[in-house]
Design a protein around this ligand. Sequence first.
Ligand SMILES: NC(=O)c1ccc[n+]([C@@H]2O[C@H](COP(=O)([O-])OP(=O)(O)OC[C@H]3O[C@@H](n4cnc5c(N)ncnc54)[C@H](OP(=O)(O)O)[C@@H]3O)[C@@H](O)[C@H]2O)c1
Length: 246
Amino acid sequence: MSTVFETELKSKHIVIVGGSSGIGKATAKMAAALGAKVTIASRSVAKMQAAAVEIGNGAQIAPVDTTDEAGVTSWARGLGPVDHLVISASSAAHGAFTELPTDDLRTMFEAKFIGPYMAAREVLPALVKGGSVTFFSGVLSRCPSAGATGLGAVNAAVEALAKGLALELSGRARVNCISPGMVATEAYAVMPDEARDDMYAKVGASLPVGRVGVAEEVAQAVILAMTNGFLTGTVLDIDGGHLVRG
Ligand SMILES: NC(=O)c1ccc[n+]([C@@H]2O[C@H](COP(=O)([O-])OP(=O)(O)OC[C@H]3O[C@@H](n4cnc5c(N)ncnc54)[C@H](OP(=O)(O)O)[C@@H]3O)[C@@H](O)[C@H]2O)c1
C-alpha cells in the first residue's frame, strides 16, 4: 500500500538547493526513496557527486552559487519543470553586536536571504502550478540569543519572505518556511569534536525532548510542506521544544 507521501511525490521533480549536506541531503534521500526525481544544487561539485551516490535513485546534480545572480538565472533555466523547490543553503555569522564585521553580516544576508530570494524568483517560471517552495529560517528569529542577533534577524527576514510570497503566489504555488532548532549536521563540522559534543549535550539538556535533532527529523517536515496542499504561509517549528522553553 503506498502512503500519501508516495502518491504525492512519485515522479515529481524536486530541486533541493543545499542538498549536498545536512537537512537538504536527508530530504533528498527521503524524497528519492518516495519515488521523486531529485536534483541537488550547491557549490562544490565533488560534494554533490558524493551526495548523489548516497541519495541514489538517479539523483542529479546542478551546481549553483546562490550569491551569483547571473549564475542563478542560467542555473534555473537549465532545470526544466520543477514541482517543488527546497532551499536549505545558508551560511551563519556569529559575533557580538559591536564586534561582528559588517562584511560577515553582509555575506550571511547574501547566502541566507538574498540567495534564496533570487533562487525562488528565477525558478518561478519553471515551477509547475500547484507546486511549492520551502525556505529555511531557525529558532533565533523568535528566540534571540546574545552574540547571534544578525542570524536572528536574517531568519526573521526569511520567515517574512515565505509568508509574503504565500500571498503573492496564491493560486500558483504554496510557500512555507521550516524553522529548525539545533540539529546535528555537517554545519558544525568545523568545530573541534569535543566542543561540538559539549554544545550538543548542553543544548539538548535544555530542551523538552532532552537532545538535539537529527537531519531526518527535519526532512520529515519538509516532506510534509511539499505534500500537504492545505499548508501555506506557515513557519513549521521543528525544534525539540526550543521555543516553548523560551
Ligand atoms: N543545523 C542546525 O542546527 C540549524 C539550526 C537552525 C537553522 N538551520 C538552517 O537549516 C538549513 C540547513 O542547515 P544544515 O545544517 O543542513 O546546513 P549544512 O549541512 O551546512 O548544508 C548547507 C548546504 O548549503 C550549501 N550551500 C551553502 N552556501 C551555498 C551557496 N551560496 N550556494 C549554494 N549552496 C550553498 C552547502 O554546500 P556547498 O558548501 O558545497 O555550497 C550545503 O549543501 C540552513 O538554512 C540553516 O541555517 C540549521
